[in-house]
Ligand binder design. Structure first.
Ligand code: GLN
Length: 388
């Protein structure tokens, strides 16, 4: 058993057991209250450079399988848990969580009082932290490295996790559930009704699968794709993905979105980072939250249908409701802290959702939000064909 140390920017330290690769990692520490879905969470690119603490005490129970990744690799900078299960058990499991961390060169620490740690993060806010497994657990050095870690180095994160080339995505959720049934030979004859360009700022697979389920054929483009290139593709809709980092840093992406808004009437839907970038392009401001929202149990009120949705959340930044221009209508608010969770534009077919309607992991209460996008696309297409 190798000892590991977790050090926070404020000097707090927690000794535990190493459950990942031997090494050291620094990042922002956030806590997630999701009870299930650790595989989806650690592979979600929005968590890039973040150390994730799970508040649920037992992690690793169902191992790692071939189907639940939300991207091609582990994205978190490190993992902090209470208990790692000794035996992982599930018919789909091919690997233990610990082996998966080692395979991907990720450090992890268990036997941590995650309740105390979470209270600390809630009280003091998001901090930088370091996990180290080095033999001489040099406290001073770990604190120094933590404090030297610059949050500014996050300014390129969406570009780093984005795809390097354009590609077509046509896999829906049924495809993956068929895979679960060990039948990889089945190819679905699926109908595609809409061509959607997807900006990949660190997109989760399940967003793409659900868009395909709704009849969209996706052309996924890198984060730095210019507006004209997309306009030339003549898409029926544009999707702006989730992703890591501070939205205020992505000035170039915001100016690309501004061009779409200025020059076209193409329907646009943004999730999480995509929603924040859309709000920035329309003149709102974004602020950093104290400890963010990370988990699958967040109640959000849908103001249009007057219902509460239990949602999956993963964000440290939020649109400042006070700065929202008049052309926006607030469609959703968080029932935890009243922060803004959804907007729609009154003079454009454009809307954004702060939470994750694709879940993965989490409840499916808000999946119907994808349908709003489809409705906007249908209107756009029928308006265009009426003009022809
Ligand atoms: N999941 C996301 O897209 C996160 C958006 C942004 N990086 C934030 O932390 O607020």
């Amino acid at each position: 058993m190798r000892i590991a140390l977790l050090v926070l920017e404020d000097g707090s330290r927690f000794y535990g057991q190493s459950i990942g690769v031997h090494g050291e990692s620094v990042g922002e520490i956030v806590f997630s209250t999701s009870i299930t879905g650790y595989q989806e969470i650690i592979t979600d690119p929005s968590y890039a450079r973040q150390i994730v603490v799970f508040t649920y005490p037992h992690i690793g129970n169902v191992g790692i399988n071939k189907f639940d990744n939300e991207s091609a690799r582990i994205q978190v900078a490190g993992l902090v848990i209470r208990n790692l299960t000794i035996i992982s058990s599930n018919f789909r499991s091919v690997l233990s969580l610990s082996d998966y961390l080692i395979q991907h060169n990720i450090v992890g620490i268990s036997n941590i009082d995650t309740r105390q740690l979470t209270r600390l993060i809630r009280k003091k806010g998001i901090q930088r932290a370091c996990i180290t497994t080095f033999d001489r657990l040099d406290m001073q050095l770990a604190v120094r490295k933590t404090c030297e870690y610059s949050i500014d180095c996050q300014s390129n994160l969406a570009y780093e996790v984005s795809t390097s080339h354009k590609y077509i995505w046509n896999q829906g959720t049924n495809y993956s559930s068929m895979q679960c049934k060990h039948d990889t030979s089945v190819i679905f004859s699926r109908k595609f009704f809409y061509n959607v360009v997807v900006y990949d700022f660190g997109i989760k697979y399940n967003i793409m699968r659900i868009l395909v389920d709704y009849g969209c054929l996706l052309t996924v483009v890198p984060a730095n794709t210019q507006a004209q290139e997309v306009i030339d593709m003549d898409p029926d809709g544009i999707f702006l993905s989730n992703g890591p980092g501070n939205p205020n840093e992505y000035i170039e992406i915001v100016s690309v979105i501004k061009i779409f808004l200025l020059k076209t009437n193409i329907p646009i839907f943004g999730i999480c980072l995509g929603h924040q970038l859309l709000a920035l392009a329309l003149g709102a401001k974004i602020i950093k939250m104290k400890f963010g929202h990370h988990g699958s149990n967040h109640p959000v009120k849908d103001l249009e249908i007057n219902k509460v949705l239990i949602t999956t959340q993963n964000h440290n930044f939020v649109v400042d409701m006070m700065t929202l221009p008049n052309i926006f209508q607030v469609t959703h608010i968080s029932l935890f802290d009243g922060t803004l969770q959804g907007i729609k534009c009154l003079n454009k077919p454009v809307f954004g959702f702060q939470g994750h309607p694709e879940a993965s992991p989490g409840p499916h209460d808000s999946v119907f939000i994808f349908n709003y996008f489809i409705e906007l696309i249908k209107n756009y297409l029928s308006y265009n064909s009426a003009r022809e």
